[in-house]
Every structure is written in structure tokens, then in C-alpha cells.
Design a protein around this ligand. Structure first.
Ligand SMILES: O=P(O)(O)OC[C@H](O)CO
Length: 416
């Protein structure tokens, strides 16, 4: 039996899901054994895999968050494009089967799909309806704009709620998805899709206005910062924070563990911004195949991806986790099953993603973005702590981030 090592970053209910997928695949055939290994958070597992690759013991499959896409695409020697893996094994793989926003995100400029779309997500807004009722808020008319969110937060606070609003993945939800949702560029060159010479423009008047708004909410206790990445999610499930913007992939955790009525709603927006709301941006992760493995192992990887491509498997995953139904067939299957009708709000992520995109909203692909995310975290934390003005923090993100983008551009040029 050939073993396939699969490094991932899924915790809690999503960890159980990943283990179940491997178990099911392993039970269905005898030639290959997929071994899922939790390797820490998304940035930790990526760093670990790069180090392991250099030492000659990389895993076969690596789950990489969307932030690492440009870096992985540029690491040509370390990876094998998924289209090649499937073709070599004689397995059917049709990029056109995928939701266009998903396929285009993981497709290189030469048209080749580089990684296998797995747990694609997008940014949504979770609301604790019990807390809303307690505060005298109408749960049939949930806040859809940022001014409405601030008003609801004030009522929640007045009702004694200590954390009306918090944020998950602040760089992703409040800068990246915020930008595409408002049809506003985060970076030049169509947010980097046109090449590695893109530069950040995330200090526009709209971005400044939004971070100022959140800074004021932090000052008045309407927004409470709860940490980087998805740390804040636990404070929603426990009931401590009443509203959170975070990944659609948080749904499984909420559905299983929240002891209150909740809603999954679209990301808030500013209604006076022309073109808003547009579409949100992809998050979550895809599966990258590492280079330097044996032919039999690549066959096993292809067999596993073939199993994961089954619309039934994809639809079940989508229903269980809140990650997107990555193919059109699995979306249709989920719709036909009546799931969206039975679970209102679960179609929010899909609806935000399947809209026609624009040159400003199609996607984001920036090199060294893992490090840039850390810069975003550092600068925004200064704002929430009242130590830096929003405009200064956004200017600093642009300046420090662009230094990393320049370095990435040079590396790409040197390699080609
Ligand atoms: O929580 P996930 O897996 O949807 O990931 C969230 C973001 O994509 C991180 O960049």
C-alpha cells in the first residue's frame, strides 16, 4: 500500500471533516492510504512544508491558504501543477466544472490550473439572534450596511452586551474582501492578477473611512478586537461577541456548537459607494502537490483528488463545513436537496461569489502575502489600541507591503 502524506491546518469540526474524508477514501480502495497530518495554522504549515521540501521530506499534498497562492505558483521547482498530476494518471479533471471565481483563482496566467480547489471560502457575517432579541433589535431586519451595524452594536452595548462586534481574519475581511465588495482596488494590476509588479493602494479614502469607522467603534466599545487569524471565532460561539465577520468555513463550528439562534448574513457595506456590494473574495485553501515524489505516489494523489471531485462528496462537505460548493454540479446538488431552504443563510457565501466580477473584484494574487498579512495585523492592532491614526496605519501597510512586493517581483524576474 502506498502512503500519501497530507499536511493541513484544519481544527475542531473541520479537522474531523478532513479525517473523515481520508477515512472514506481509504475504505473505498486498497492501493493507497491517505494520512492527514495537522501541521499548525495555515502560515505555520506552509513554512514547515517549505523547510521540509528543502530537506527532501516534503508531504505529498499540502493545504495552502489563498494568501500563499502567488508564492506557491512562483515556486515552480517545488510543486507539480494539479492538471499535470491528473493528466499523467489518466484521470478526468475539468477546470470548467468549477465555479469560475474558484477556477480563476488557482489558474496560472498560462491557463493551467495549479492547485486543487478544496476548501474555498468567502467572508460572511454571523449574528447572534438571541442577543439581538435581548437588545430589542428586529431579527427580521438584520443590519446589512456598516452604519446599521454601528447602530445595532450600540443597542447591544446598551443591553449589557460587552462585545457587540468582533472580527475574524481582519486583513482578509476588512481590507481584501472589503475592497472587492466595494469594487475598489486593494492593489494595482487588477490586484496582482496581471503580474508581480502590482503595488498596494489600500490607503484610499474609502479604506481610511472604514478603518476610522472601526477605530471609533473600538474606542466606544462597540467593536472588540479578539486577535489574529480566526482567534475571534471562539468568542462568537461562546456568546461573548454578538456579531462577527469571518469565513463561511466557520459555519460548521457554529452549527454544531452555538447554543443560541444565529443568522449567516452578507458582509456589511457602505450603501453610498457606487458599485457596492459587488462580490467578495475567495479565502480558505487549495491542495498543492509537491514535487520529487514517486510515480506510484502521484497516481495515489490523483486517485484521491478524483474521489474529492465527486459532486456528492463536495456537496456533503459544503453542507457540513460552510466552505463553498466548489463545482457548479455540487452547488446544483445542494440546491436540489433543499438544504438552502431548510438552513436560511447557508447560500450567502455562494451568492456573494457567483456574481459577475469586475477588473477590480476578480481576485487578489500578491507575492509575499503571508508576510504582508502580518504587517496588516501589526498596523491594525496599533489602530485598535488607539496608538496610531487609521490613515498612518494604512500608509504604513502600503509602504511596508510594497517593499515586500518589490522584493517578490525581483525574485520572480531572477527565476525566469
Ligand atoms: O477560515 P478559512 O479556512 O476560510 O480561511 C480564511 C482565510 O482564507 C485566511 O486567509
Amino acid at each position: 500500500q502506498t502512503e500519501i502524506q497530507w499536511w493541513h491546518s484544519m481544527t475542531a469540526v473541520n479537522n474531523e471533516w478532513v479525517n473523515d474524508l481520508a477515512k472514506d477514501f481509504n475504505a473505498k480502495q486498497k492501493d493507497y492510504k491517505v494520512v492527514p497530518v495537522y501541521k499548525g495554522s495555515y502560515d505555520e504549515s506552509m513554512t514547515a512544508a517549505i523547510a521540509a521540501f528543502r530537506a527532501g521530506n516534503a508531504p505529498h499534498i499540502l493545504q495552502v491558504f489563498e494568501v500563499g497562492t502567488a508564492t506557491m505558483m512562483a515556486s515552480k521547482n517545488a510543486i507539480v501543477p494539479v492538471t499535470k498530476v491528473m493528466q499523467d494518471a489518466g484521470k478526468k479533471f475539468d477546470p470548467a466544472a468549477y465555479i469560475p471565481a474558484v477556477a480563476s483563482y488557482y489558474t496560472a496566467p498560462n491557463g493551467q490550473m495549479m492547485s486543487f480547489p478544496f476548501n474555498s471560502s468567502t467572508t460572511v457575517f454571523y449574528i447572534n439572534k438571541d442577543a439581538f432579541e435581548k437588545a430589542g433589535l428586529d431579527t427580521n431586519k438584520l443590519p446589512s450596511t456598516w452604519p446599521e451595524v454601528a447602530l445595532a452594536a450600540a443597542k447591544l452595548k446598551a443591553s449589557g452586551h460587552k462585545c457587540p462586534l468582533t472580527l475574524g481574519w481582519q486583513g482578509w475581511t476588512q481590507l481584501e474582501s472589503f475592497s472587492t465588495w466595494h469594487n475598489t482596488l486593494l492593489a494595482t494590476k487588477r490586484n496582482g492578477l496581471d503580474g508581480p509588479d502590482a503595488r498596494l493602494v489600500v490607503n484610499s479614502p474609502l479604506h481610511v473611512r472604514h478603518i476610522e469607522n472601526l477605530a471609533n467603534m473600538a474606542k466606544t466599545g462597540l467593536f472588540v478586537y479578539k486577535g489574529r487569524n480566526n482567534t475571534a471565532e471562539g468568542t462568537f460561539v461562546s456568546g461573548e461577541c454578538a456579531m462577527i465577520t469571518t469565513s463561511s468555513g466557520f459555519y460548521g463550528n457554529v452549527a454544531k456548537n452555538a447554543k443560541f439562534k444565529y443568522a449567516v448574513a452578507p458582509l456589511p457595506y457602505y450603501p453610498d459607494v457606487p458599485g457596492a456590494p459587488q462580490n467578495t473574495v475567495i479565502g480558505g485553501a487549495s491542495l498543492w502537490v509537491m514535487a520529487g515524489k514517486k510515480p506510484e505516489e502521484y497516481k495515489g494523489i490523483a486517485a484521491f483528488f478524483d474521489y474529492l471531485s465527486n459532486p456528492e462528496v463536495q456537496s456533503a462537505s459544503h453542507k457540513r463545513t460552510g466552505y463553498l460548493p466548489v463545482t457548479l454540479a455540487s452547488f446544483k446538488l445542494t440546491e436540489d436537496s433543499g438544504f438552502y431552504k431548510q438552513n436560511p443563510g447557508t447560500d450567502t457565501a455562494v451568492n456573494q461569489m457567483i456574481r459577475k466580477t469586475t477588473d477590480k473584484s476578480r481576485g487578489i494574487r500578491l507575492g509575499n502575502y503571508v508576510q504582508i498579512r502580518t504587517i496588516e495585523d501589526e498596523e491594525l492592532e496599533q489602530v485598535w489600541a488607539g496608538k496610531k491614526e487609521p490613515k498612518d496605519a494604512l500608509d504604513a501597510i502600503v509602504k511596508r507591503g510594497n517593499e515586500l512586493l518589490e522584493r517578490f517581483e525581483k525574485q520572480v524576474k531572477q527565476r525566469s
